[in-house]
Design a protein around this ligand. Structure first.
Ligand SMILES: [Zn+2]
Length: 221
């Protein structure tokens, strides 16, 4: 099953109306809609993209993986992958740059929860919770980068990139797109609000996506 087909089926599964909470397992999961055939599900499984592949990584495990995986990228390679991810490479590769930067600026630290919140680290934003690796992959392929306070999201993105064995480099068109994005931002009136910049970029149709969320994701970088 090719990539496009995998994403098409996952799009049907990860619709809001299929989300539910399994109180017995204490997990947020997704129901498989009845119109997805057994053959399609089997092919998805063979591709390693079955939904509801849950795990609950720990804080130190995530940061050990973050440092080790980000270390396999130079800053220049990560910047190249980010620009390639604007157009010719899947969105997933935009995450390389922010992951690298996060790994460089975040010191090693122990899990330090907020007062009154036992599950969120005040230093890095890590949350103790179960995650679905297929949903994280789907989000990276379709929706852009994780938030900067989501080290778990970055580690899963780095693992996907490592498994692919690719470090994409930008084409001349990717570089043109990057320059065009900067030009739009530069020509905004001073002190323009975030939403105005987003709307202008969306209007120019510089990215291979029709959703404003993709532009938001890019602006967060
Ligand atoms: Zn932390």
């Amino acid at each position: 099953m090719d990539l496009i087909e995998q994403l098409r089926i996952l799009r049907q599964i990860y619709r809001h109306e299929n989300a539910y909470y399994d109180s017995e397992k204490a997990l947020h999961l997704h129901r498989i809609p009845a119109d997805i055939s057994a053959d399609e599900l089997e092919a998805l499984g063979q591709a390693g993209r079955m939904p509801n592949q849950m795990s609950s990584p720990g804080h130190d495990e995530i940061w050990d993986a973050m440092y080790a995986l980000a270390d396999t990228w130079t800053l220049s390679q990560a910047a190249d992958a980010f620009i390639a991810g604007l157009w010719t490479a899947p969105f997933l590769w935009q995450s390389a740059l922010t992951a690298k930067l996060l790994s460089l600026v975040t010191p090693r630290h122990a899990f330090t929860p907020y007062q009154g919140s036992a599950d969120t680290c005040i230093i890095c934003g890590f949350r103790k919770k179960a995650v679905d690796s297929t949903l994280l992959w789907y989000n990276r392929m379709t929706g852009g980068i994780p938030l900067d306070g989501d080290p778990t999201g970055y580690v899963f993105a780095l693992r996907e990139m490592a498994q692919s064995g690719l470090k994409p480099t930008p084409t001349s068109y990717d570089l043109w797109t990057f320059r065009a994005v900067l030009t739009v931002i530069r020509h905004m009136p001073p002190k323009s609000r975030y939403s105005k910049v987003r709307d202008s970029l969306h209007r120019e149709k510089l990215l291979p996506a029709s959703q404003k969320a993709n532009v938001c994701s890019l602006l967060q970088i």
